[in-house]
Structure formats: structure tokens, C-alpha cells
Design a binder for this molecule. Structure first.
Ligand code: APR
Length: 241
């Protein structure tokens, strides 16, 4: 079971959806969450990623997200992101549904992206929801309208996912011939339910096996960058009109 088989399935597939997680961005220098080098090795997620932490522990909450936004400034999409953007242009990918908040897919040129966990590069007021610039959040500003606390537009644990992104991802995954899951441990609900909603073939590209690997028709262990490069080679420039 190889990348060549995946290339064959992509050529046969009318609709292919890609679901990505933090493992898609580690080769760009952004840690994931649950690996040995992940954020949650040193930080208890409950102290920085819940609405409770925002309301009761704002200084720590803000510092964590400011640090992540600052770190992102030094990061750029890697070859894997660019290959996915190119495959979209060649009509081989109809949607990237991502848990990532770093917008690296869009920076690489992907146009059809559903941000299931929001994005870290825009901000709003926690109280009145009015949009604010990322810089205002970085500069410890408060809401210019209601003096409320500012926060990035990421989905915190306990919050619902953006409805448009969820419905679009669910709908496209349910109707896809092929779903490729890349760089996620599939530990976080409700996104970890999406692969089970797929009627088509299911493929998993990840550094290590997840507890749910059994549900996949094909598992390719390795880095996203390397395997997508092999896939691109196996596709030999194939594109859909
Ligand atoms: N290529 C392929 N897989 C990789 C790579 C890589 N270069 N680097 C890491 N991985 C794999 C890891 O082995 C791990 O299985 O990616 C997976 C990342 O899993 P998590 O760290 O759990 O990240 P993710 O699944 O995206 O987390 C989901 O949890 O903390 C919340 O909101 C946060 O969106 C995030 C959600």
C-alpha cells in the first residue's frame, strides 16, 4: 500500500477533501500539541485555551496567544502546503478543512479552506464581539467600544465551532470520493468525528499511527512534506480540466 495507490485514487476521485491538523505545520516550525515536542507537554491546556482561562486568568491567556502570534511571524508555508495549493489549482482537491489557526494553507495559495478552529491572526472583543486588529491584542489594548477583553478568533475549548466552516466541511466530506487526513491525532471532538462521516475512501498521512487508524483504507506513516512530495511525483503533473 503506497503513495502510488493514493495517486491512483486521486485521479479516479471526482471530489477529494483534505482534513489537516497541527502536524501539517510542524515542518514550518510551529509545534503541534500532543507530540513529545508539543505545546501541551509543558502547558496545561486548561490554563490557556478555555473561556474560563480567558475570563479568570486573562494575563496568562493573553501571554500564551501573544507568544504564538509572535512565533508565527517567523514561519512560512513549507513544500507540503504549496503542493496542496497546487493540487487545488489542478482540480484535484475541492476543500481543505483545517484545525490549524495559522493560515499557512491560505498563505501557500489554497483558496478553498474551511477554518474549523478559527484563526489566530484576527481578534475581537470577548464581550461585544466587535472586530479588532491583531496588533491591538498584541499591544495589550482593551476594546475600543466597551472596554472589554480582546481575544484572538480561535475556538476555545467549550466553544462551538464556526457553523459555516463546520457545515461546509461535513457536507463536502460526506459527499467526497476520497478524504485525506494529514497531521492530526484525531483526539479533539467534534472534528475527530468527521472521518467517520465519509462515504468514500479514507487515507491517513501522519508521523505516527493514531488510536483510530483502523478506520482508514490506507495509512502512510511519515512527514506531511515528504509524503506529499512523493504523491506529487506519483501524480506526474496530472490535472483535471
Ligand atoms: N507530518 C505528519 N504528521 C505529523 C508531523 C509531520 N511533519 N508532525 C507531527 N505530526 C503528527 C503527530 O504525530 C500527531 O499525531 O501530527 C499529530 C498532531 O496531533 P495534535 O498535536 O494532537 O494536533 P491536532 O490533532 O491538530 O490537535 C487538534 O487540539 O489543542 C487543540 O485546538 C487545538 O486544533 C488543535 C486540536
Amino acid at each position: 500500500m503506497t503513495v502510488e495507490l493514493l495517486a491512483q485514487w486521486m485521479k479516479q476521485s471526482k471530489t477529494t477533501v483534505v482534513l489537516t491538523g497541527a502536524g501539517m505545520s510542524t515542518e514550518s516550525g510551529i509545534p503541534d500539541f500532543r507530540s513529545q515536542s508539543g505545546w501541551w507537554q509543558n502547558i496545561d491546556p486548561r490554563t490557556v485555551t478555555t473561556t474560563d482561562s480567558l475570563l479568570k486568568n486573562y494575563a496568562m491567556f493573553r501571554e500564551f496567544y501573544q507568544m504564538r502570534i509572535q512565533a508565527l511571524k517567523k514561519c512560512a508555508p513549507h513544500k507540503g502546503h504549496h503542493i496542496l495549493a497546487d493540487l487545488e489549482k489542478r482540480g484535484l482537491i475541492s476543500l481543505i478543512a483545517t484545525q490549524n489557526v495559522d493560515q499557512l494553507h491560505q498563505q501557500a495559495g489554497s483558496k478553498k479552506v474551511a477554518e474549523l478552529h478559527g484563526n489566530i491572526l484576527t481578534a475581537r472583543c470577548q464581550k461585544c464581539n466587535k472586530p479588532h486588529a491583531k496588533e491591538q491584542f498584541l499591544n495589550n489594548a482593551i476594546c475600543t467600544y466597551c472596554l472589554g477583553k480582546l481575544r484572538p478568533n480561535v475556538v476555545l475549548f467549550g466553544e462551538t465551532l464556526p457553523m459555516e466552516a463546520w457545515n461546509r466541511s461535513l457536507n463536502e466530506i460526506q459527499n467526497a470520493d476520497l478524504v485525506i487526513v494529514i497531521g492530526t491525532s484525531l483526539e479533539v471532538y467534534p472534528v475527530n468525528q468527521l472521518p467517520q462521516m465519509a462515504k468514500g475512501r479514507l487515507v491517513y498521512i501522519n508521523l505516527d499511527q493514531s488510536s483510530d487508524s483502523g478506520q482508514f483504507d490506507l495509512v502512510l506513516e511519515g512527514t506531511a512534506g515528504e509524503i506529499l512530495a512523493e504523491l506529487d511525483e506519483a501524480l506526474e503533473g496530472y490535472s483535471k480540466g
